[in-house]
Design a protein around this ligand. Structure first.
Ligand SMILES: [Zn+2]
Length: 161
């Protein structure tokens, strides 16, 4: 049930999109051009709006509960992430590398041989599992960056439990 949550992330809390994708949540980034578009898309695709714009919260579709929206309090991205995780109880939903952190596309598994020419030699020597984004062709592996993000997410969970 919780895993079906999808998000639309307003530009004023844009960093949340990467964190949520890291957790496996389909999260669109909204560039802030026209709030009506964001609200319409949230309604059409059943997405939770994350924003720091209190005017969004006053809109009738949000007010009436037809769309779920979370007004983010903090300016600091780790605090923002904690608020989202607390509000929606996301702490047990770690699914790193199911979605591209850059473009929100589901990642596809790649074999060791397939990525040989496309990752640094030290990575190729030490890693055996790879994922590729079919849209931007970025290759993901479980390196130190991955571990750093997981540790941070786990820290958020501790904080909220
Ligand atoms: Zn991508």
């Amino acid at each position: 049930m919780v895993s079906e949550l999808r998000f639309i992330v307003d530009h004023n809390v844009g960093k949340l999109a990467r964190w949520l994708r890291m957790m496996g949540y389909d999260s669109l980034f909204f560039d802030g051009s026209d709030d009506s578009h964001m609200v319409a898309q949230a309604l059409a695709e059943d997405r939770v709006i994350l924003t720091r714009d209190s005017a969004i919260m006053k809109r009738r579709v949000v007010n009436s509960g037809r769309i779920r929206a979370i007004l983010i309090n903090s300016e600091e991205s780790e605090q923002q992430m904690r608020q989202v995780m607390d509000t929606l109880e996301l702490k047990r939903q770690l699914r790193p590398f199911t979605l591209c952190l850059e473009c929100n596309q589901p990642l596809v598994e790649r074999k060791w041989e397939e990525v040989k020419e496309r990752v640094p030699p030290y990575v190729y020597k030490t890693q055996s599992q790879y994922m590729e984004c079919p849209a931007c062709h970025r290759i993901y592996w479980r390196g130190t960056h991955w571990e750093a993000m997981i540790k941070k997410l786990e820290k958020f969970s501790d904080f909220s439990s």
